[in-house]
Design a protein around this ligand. Sequence first.
Ligand SMILES: C[S@@+](CC[C@H](N)C(=O)[O-])C[C@H]1O[C@@H](n2cnc3c(N)ncnc32)[C@H](O)[C@@H]1O
Length: 242
Amino acid sequence: MADSYDTQNDRMAEWEDRWQNGRIAFHRDNVNQNLLNNFERLANGRKELNFLVPLCGKTVDMKWLAGKGFEVTGIEGVTKACEEFFSEQDVKCNVSDIPDVPSGKLFKSEDGKIKIYNCDIFSLSSETLGQFDVIWDRGSLVAILAEDRQRYLGLMKSVIKPGGKILLEVVEYDWNERKTKGPPRPFFKHNLEDLYGNWCAIEEVGRYDWLHRDLARFQGQWGLSSLDNVQYFMQVISSTSS
Ligand SMILES: C[S@@+](CC[C@H](N)C(=O)[O-])C[C@H]1O[C@@H](n2cnc3c(N)ncnc32)[C@H](O)[C@@H]1O
């Protein structure tokens, strides 16, 4: 079933509108609990890891990870989100062009620990981005249009190092119940097996009932009878070159 985002010629237009009008209920002021819960396992005692945060918005997780000494690369299509990240987190940055990405901008903290590519994620490649030890995917896979999903996975496969880890947060609900279609789109374990099963080991590491945390919104406005937030720890098990 199509959702309102599918009808956009420009896939960023709806997001631009959300950011301009403060409709960013996905944003959290605190570091994500799932990231905190799984951090030791992700880092495994290593200090020199680099993290990719696709579709990063202005998540405070990036500053937290950089504070641990890691290199963090975000990708975000809306300039306002990038600007607000650096101003609100009080991190000084420089802005430059991205070679071969017309109108794309690279925001880079002065200490070089945090970079945000400000452009459509699909204008980037592994040649530009490099390779990562960890991908922190919260609000990213679930935000990607269904028609772009394979392209998204292709990019993730091309930028993750052999043996790399992906921490993923998704939601489970009945898409047919939802009154106004849009992100976050639901993913059940069998969907993830289809998308990641042949190149990653997939382990559910957490789940909570999200419906009852905001019944007015999820039951009242969205029309859902159940909604779970589910977290997965995944590790690359096979070559990602194909
Ligand atoms: C659901 S939000 C999640 C933000 C962040 N991961 C968080 O946890 O707060 C998705 C973000 O992706 C951005 N976005 C959506 N589609 C994009 C695309 N094709 N390229 C780059 N950014 C995109 C939106 O502007 C939005 O900030």
